[in-house]
Design a protein around this ligand. Structure first.
Ligand SMILES: [Cu+2]
Length: 149
């Protein structure tokens, strides 16, 4: 029993070392990612939200990937005669020294064909791919259905 506890402690320590900050927020030299989340979903699709700030130059989010999603796309919502529809976009601009918010009803990380349902309290690991900054890993906590932030 004692031995087992020690083993668990060792595993926990190793994991802490491998993932220094449970990276709900992420920083590069030029970008700051914060406020990431997604929502519990039993449907095969989900959406990810987060805020990207530029500390200097402009950048573009051109794609993302996640081991939990087979078909990641960048989406926005458009108002089509009063009906909100989602539309795929090629990239999401991060203005120089400014920020862009991916939020419900607007831009989002569209996760099509999830590998399994998302339950509140889970985490979705996402790698954002920027034109300038390259790849940035961030973890999206799964909040309750309909969560707005
Ligand atoms: Cu979408």
């Amino acid at each position: 029993m004692k031995r087992r506890t020690a083993l668990f402690a060792a595993v926990a320590l190793t994991m802490t070392a491998a993932f220094p900050a449970f990276a709900q927020e992420a920083q590069t030299d030029t970008l700051e990612i914060s406020g990431g989340f997604t929502r519990a979903s039993v449907s095969p699709n989900g959406a990810g939200f987060l805020t990207i700030r530029s500390k200097g130059e402009a950048d573009r989010l051109v794609a993302f990937r996640s081991p939990q999603c087979n078909r990641p796309e960048l989406h926005t919502h458009i108002n089509d005669n009063g009906i909100m529809r989602m539309r795929q976009v090629e990239a999401i601009d991060v203005p120089a020294g400014g920020m862009v918010e991916l939020k419900p009803g607007g831009l989002h990380l569209m996760m099509i064909d999830l590998t399994g349902p998302l339950a509140e309290g889970d985490v979705v690991d996402v790698t954002l791919i920027f034109e300038q900054a390259g790849e940035v890993a961030v973890s999206l906590p799964v909040k309750k259905p309909g969560a707005m932030n």
